[in-house]
Ligand binder design. Sequence first.
Ligand SMILES: [Zn+2]
Length: 471
Amino acid sequence: MTISPEPISQASISQAPTSQASISQAPTSQASGQLDHRDINRHLAVFSTDPLVGAGLPLWLPAGAVIRHELEMFAAEIARRDGCLAVYSPVLAKRALFEISGHWAKFSDDMFPAMRTGGDELVLRPANCPHHAMIYASRPRSYRELPIRLNELAPMFRAERSGVLSGLSRVRQINLDDTHVFCRPDQVASEVERALRSALHAQDVLGLPVDYVRLSRRDAGQRYLGSFGQWQAAEDALRSAASAVLGAQDPPLIEAEGAAAFYGPKLDLQVRDGRGHEESIATVQLDFSQPDRFDLAYDAADGSRQRVVMIHRGTVGAMERVVAALLERYQGRLPLWLAPVQVCVMPVGPAQDEAAGALVEALCAAGLRATVEVDGSLGARVRASRQLRHCVIAVIGAAEVESGQVQITDVAADFKGSVSREELVELLSQSYTNRVRGIEWHGGLGSAAGPPRDRCSIGDMGAPRASGTRP
Ligand SMILES: [Zn+2]
């Protein structure tokens, strides 16, 4: 995360202030008939807030922890695939660190006050980059070991006023999938391409559409750090990298003068939500400032000491914001790989309890999240399961025990039909592994699921999948 001239806005973990604040005043159910994530949360119990804990500090409940864990695993996989090194850093640091980084001068209003202890003034960090800069600076660096990419699912803190806090979309602790790349100037273009590709890929697998990619450039104003030449070179590098990545089908590249931060231009992945608001969900940011401020350098081939370039990249994004966006995008009916309960198995009567238990065991053995529901009439159980947005409902009656089949309902795929127990386990574990958005069942093909490449059909079982497939 980097520093910016404007007050830090939750929505865009990068820069441009958004009108997120106003959303907290918006009625919970939106004009478009789409439920707000706070409404959906009433059914799904993803998070809770408590006045004793304080506003803007959500508690992740078991269902929320499942969703977040899946997102964190996904983020870690992308980072590993991109050659990032996982690091851990403390959420506190001496005030001096943020005085050097520039955050103190720019954001002390948005930061929690410093805590005095043992003669030190410690603060909760408003961004993760200064800590990562210190990891880079922990020993001398040679040009040969660059680029160095440091990734962390890192908490950072904002002393937001309680009036603007709302659900998961405006919080005081933000858990961000954050990466900082330290590279040579000749590596900037390829690192930006890699970062942009991964951010687009992540949003694609999540099914969160990106409306356009914004090249946020400086204007003629004087508030920018670095020379015009440096800016020209950096903006050109971002433009050519974006053009190399964005194909015909991808979101357009739109340039915005004056949208840059004062220390460097950036590429922002912009989304417009149903309320006409716009936010940056991921960012690839060039930074002249912190390498200078922390004197970050490397030993070049000719033995000279050269300034390293720092790139801030957000790929999956902030856990709070992503989960809020996913709940609203899918209206709580999350794709199988993210659903807290993937399969709810229901024996029609006590005589089928054993068969139902065996199916749950087989599903769990395949790594799926399955549960059995026996209390109440079948109709009432199905209604409750629909309301809880369980991904797949599997009913077993006397006929199914006989035939080895299962009666399936998949609301998101608009599918109702019969599948054999073995096929069910295989299809769901494939769909889970491939992080598909919609499951493709025999016959009653669903209408809601994404383009064919996102589906996993019974015919494909065993076929490897490219998309968000787990390693
Ligand atoms: Zn950063």
